[in-house]
Design a protein around this ligand. Structure first.
Ligand code: OAD
Length: 252
C-alpha cells in the first residue's frame, strides 16, 4: 500500500479550501469504462473520441444516441465506490471543498457529495440538439434518436453532455477556475489530464504556489509537475488519505 507523505497530510489538514478535479478513473472501480480504455463488446470498433462530437451526431445520430443509451444503462447499474465515498466524507472535514468533475455519471452525488461542479454535463439529462430545451420524457425509435417534443422544432434529442469541439457551460468553468485560484490544495484524480480546459485548472493553483496532488494508477504528463504524485487506485488512496488526515486523529 502506498505511503502518504506526512507533509501532504499536514497540508490537507491545514487547508481552508480544497479543490478536487476528478476524471473517468474515479468511476473505473465502479466498472464504468474510462474514455481512453479500449472499448469492448459491441463498441470495440469505435473510439469514444469519434462518437462524442457534434460531427459524429450529425453524420450518424442513431449510433451516437445508442452509444449514450448503453453508457446510461451502465451508469444506472453502477454504485459509488470507496473513492467517491471518501470524497463525499472529506467534504465534512474541511472548511470548504469544491468538487469539480469531468464525469457525467452522478456517482459523486450518489455517494453524498452535496455540491458537484459538472464540467462536462450529465448523461441522465437529455436536450434537443437544435433548440437546446431539456426534455424529460421521450420514446425510443428504431431508426433515429427521439424527436424534440416541440412540434415547431425539427431537432433530435441528444445527451446534455459537452462534446469535443463544444464550449463548457461558462458559469461552471468560471466556478472551477475560481476554486483552482483560491484553494490551498488541488487534487487531480483519475484523469489523463489531456482534455482542455479541465486539464489546465491545476496550473492556476501552481501559479499561486499552493500544493498540487495527482492520484492515478499510471503517470500522466502532469506527474512531473505536481508536488505529490501518488500512484495507485483512487478507491484505495482516497480512503487512506481521509483516514490518516482526519479519522485516525478523531478516534474514528
Ligand atoms: P480518461 O479515460 O482520459 O483517463 C482516465 C484516467 O484514469 C487515466 O489516466 C487512467 O490511468 C486513470 N485511472 C484508471 N483507473 C483508475 C483508478 N482506479 N484510480 C485512479 N486512476 C485511474 O478520462 P478523463 O481524463 O476523465 O470528455 O477524460 C477526460 C474527458 O475526455 C472526459 O470527460 C470526456 C473524454 O472524452 C467528454 O466527453 C467531453
Amino acid at each position: 500500500m502506498i505511503e502518504i507523505p506526512l507533509s501532504l497530510i499536514a497540508a490537507l489538514r491545514n487547508a481552508r479550501h480544497v479543490a478536487v478535479l476528478t476524471g473517468a478513473g474515479v468511476s473505473a472501480e465502479s466498472n464504468i469504462p474510462t474514455f481512453r480504455d479500449a472499448m469492448t463488446g459491441l463498441w470495440s470498433q469505435y473510439r469514444p473520441e469519434e462518437l462524442a462530437t457534434p460531427e459524429a451526431f450529425a453524420a450518424n445520430p442513431k449510433l451516437v444516441w445508442d452509444w449514450y443509451q448503453w453508457r446510461r444503462e451502465l451508469v444506472s447499474k453502477a454504485s459509488p465506490n470507496p473513492g467517491h465515498k471518501a470524497l463525499a466524507e472529506l467534504e465534512k472535514w474541511v472548511p470548504q471543498m469544491t468538487l469539480i468533475t469531468q464525469n457525467v455519471d452522478s456517482l459523486h452525488q450518489r455517494a453524498g457529495s452535496k455540491d458537484v461542479v459538472e464540467l462536462h454535463g450529465n448523461i441522465s439529462r437529455v436536450k434537443c440538439a437544435h433548440c437546446h430545451r431539456i426534455v424529460n420524457d421521450w420514446e425510443e425509435r428504431e431508426d433515429a434518436p427521439p424527436p424534440c417534443p416541440d412540434e415547431n422544432c425539427a431537432g433530435l434529442l441528444r445527451p446534455d453532455v459537452v462534446w469535443f469541439g463544444e464550449s463548457l457551460p461558462p458559469e461552471t468553468l468560471h466556478r472551477s477556475m475560481e476554486a483552482a485560484r483560491n484553494c490551498n490544495i488541488f487534487f487531480s484524480i483519475g484523469t489523463s489530464a489531456v482534455v482542455q480546459p479541465a486539464a489546465s485548472l491545476i496550473y492556476l493553483t501552481m501559479q499561486e504556489n499552493e500544493p498540487t496532488v495527482e492520484i492515478n494508477i499510471q503517470p500522466t504528463a502532469q506527474s512531473g509537475q505536481v508536488e505529490y504524485a501518488l500512484c495507485g487506485p483512487a478507491g484505495e488512496i482516497l480512503p487512506k488519505l481521509l483516514e490518516e488526515a482526519f479519522l485516525k486523529e478523531n478516534g474514528h
